[in-house]
Design a protein around this ligand. Sequence first.
Ligand SMILES: O=c1ccn([C@H]2C[C@H](O)[C@@H](CO)O2)c(=O)[nH]1
Ligand SMILES: [Zn+2]
Length: 131
Amino acid sequence: MKKKVEGKLIEKATQARKNAYTPYSNFKVGAAVLTASGNIYTGCNIENSAYSVCNCAERTAIFKAISEGEQDIKAVAIVADQSKPTTPCGSCRQVMSEFGDDIEVIMTNLDGDKVVKSIDELLWGAFKLEE
Ligand SMILES: O=c1ccn([C@H]2C[C@H](O)[C@@H](CO)O2)c(=O)[nH]1
Ligand SMILES: [Zn+2]
C-alpha cells in the first residue's frame, strides 16, 4: 500500500468517525474501505437501543461498497480513540474475508499509532465453501 493512499484512508476514516451514533457506548469508530477500482467508502458505528443490532464502522463501510456494486476490497482502515490501535471484532473479520483474498487491515488510533495486518493473519483459515 502506498503511504499516500494509506494516509488518505486513515484521514477518511477519521472524518467518518465523527458521524458515529453511539448514545449507549459513547465509543466512536470510523472506517474506510479501498476497493479494487480505487474508490473509497467510509463508515461509522451505528448503535440501537436493542443492542444486538448495533453495526460496527467496518461493516457499515463494507456494506456501502457492496451496495454500490464493488465487491473486491483491497484495504480497510479503522480509527478509534484507544491507547492502542483499534482491532476489528470477529464478525467484521468474517465479513472482510468474504470480499477480498488479501485485504490489508490498517488499525489506528487518534494518536497516530498504527498496526497493519492481512485479513489472513487476523482470521486464519476463514471458512469458505469449496468451489
Ligand atoms: O472495531 C470495532 C470495535 C467496536 N465497534 C463499535 C461497536 C459498538 O458500537 C462500540 C462498542 O463496542 O464500538 C466498531 O464499530 N468497530
Ligand atoms: Zn465489528
